[in-house]
Design a protein around this ligand. Structure first.
Ligand code: ADP
Ligand code: NA
Length: 332
């Protein structure tokens, strides 16, 4: 009895990568094109759980908005906005902090990864991050959350929080959102180490393709990607113990809208001397227009701010009544 509604977000905490594009942005545009109601958020309140230089955050927020639009998210058909401009996110996050249990939060693997060995020095916000994410999703009664694999645990926690709230207050107020982890690029790996996720926080720039990289840089990074000396297999099974090869095949498949089996049908038996240039050409063909469009949009920051302002108004119109009702259910 909840209508289908998609919510997802991306942190404006630095340059976006091919992983963010294939795992998130490209699929955000696809969901919108399926005609489902789609709400997409630049989650700056999440970004500040670790130190952000204020000027850089302002610039990166506009850049992330440009990346959404350049990837096909249409602010007329989707709601695209910046989290801190809709106060209900922080309000519902507090209420859900009081529903989530410490034991649940202690199991979150991303906190352990991000806080590292010195967890005592992490911000309280970094620890509470998953409850804020639950608020982001539940504030819109979203039913579907397209994310990469690394976010699955947080969406499951969101379901637990929603269920506990409904149970504690004897209501059917929050839906149980489904994580949508689909396609061949749910976990794009580093170009230098096939066991690590491609990430903007990797110190090696050669490990990732940034959405702002130009054609030459993209081609060079793919040429230099770590691989083994063997030829590509003709069957998927042959990629099992070859994480680097599998990653490049998956990237090709996702960019070309093919299955990995179809890619191997074309390139099985061929070496990386053939496959890498083909992948580089495909990546440039798909990504160069995005970086060009981002550059065009970034030239007019006032226009981006206006788009985000309109998005915030639309988001607030949905979120405000839901947080008001939450207060009421809780006796406030
Ligand atoms: P990051 O993980 O790069 O810091 P976010 O936490 O803002 O970025 O993630 C934004 C979205 O991009 C999430 O849905 C996340 O799952 C997805 N994502 C991030 N990195 C990858 C990757 N290497 N492969 C696939 N999806 C990814
Ligand atoms: Na992430």
């Amino acid at each position: 009895n909840f209508k289908p509604r998609v919510f997802s977000g991306i942190q404006p905490s630095g340059g976006l990568t091919l992983g963010n594009y294939l795992g998130a942005l490209k699929r955000f545009a696809m969901k919108q094109d399926e005609g489902i109601e789609t709400i997409y958020c630049l989650v700056d309140l999440h970004a500040v759980t670790v130190w952000q230089d204020p000027e850089a955050l302002r610039r990166q927020t506009r850049e992330a908005a440009a990346a959404f639009i350049a990837s096909g998210v249409d602010p007329q058909r989707s709601i695209l906005f910046n989290q801190s401009q809709v106060g209900a996110h922080a309000e519902l996050a507090w209420l859900l902090n009081c529903v989530a249990r410490l034991g649940w939060m202690n199991r979150m693997t991303q906190f352990k990864d991000k806080a590292g060995k010195n967890a005592e020095k992490a911000s309280l916000g970094l620890y509470a991050y998953p409850a804020l994410m639950a608020a982001d999703i539940l504030l819109y009664h979203a039913t579907m959350v397209p994310v990469g694999e690394d976010q699955k645990q947080h969406v499951e926690l969101t379901r637990d929080i929603a269920a506990k709230f409904n149970h504690d207050f004897g209501v059917e107020f929050f839906p149980a959102p489904e994580p949508l982890i689909e396609g061949t690029a749910t976990r794009v790996m580093s170009l230098r180490d096939g066991t690590k996720k491609m990430s903007k926080s990797d110190p090696s720039d050669a490990s990732r393709i940034n959405l702002t990289d130009d054609a030459d840089t993209i081609a060079k990074k793919i040429r230099k990607a770590t691989t083994d000396p063997a030829e590509l297999p003709s069957e998927i099974d042959g990629l099992k113990d070859r994480p680097e090869a599998r990653n490049l095949v998956n990237i090709y498949a996702a960019l070309a809208d093919m299955t990995p089996a179809q890619v191997l049908g074309e390139y099985g038996g061929k070496g990386f001397g053939t496959f890498k240039p083909a992948l580089a050409e495909l990546a440039v063909e798909k990504l160069a227009p995005i970086s060009t469009e981002m550059g065009r949009l970034m030239a007019d920051p006032a226009e981006i701010d206006a788009v985000l302002g309109q998005g915030a108004n639309k988001a607030d119109a949905i979120a405000r009544p839901i947080v008001e009702r939450t207060y009421e259910i809780m006796g406030m």
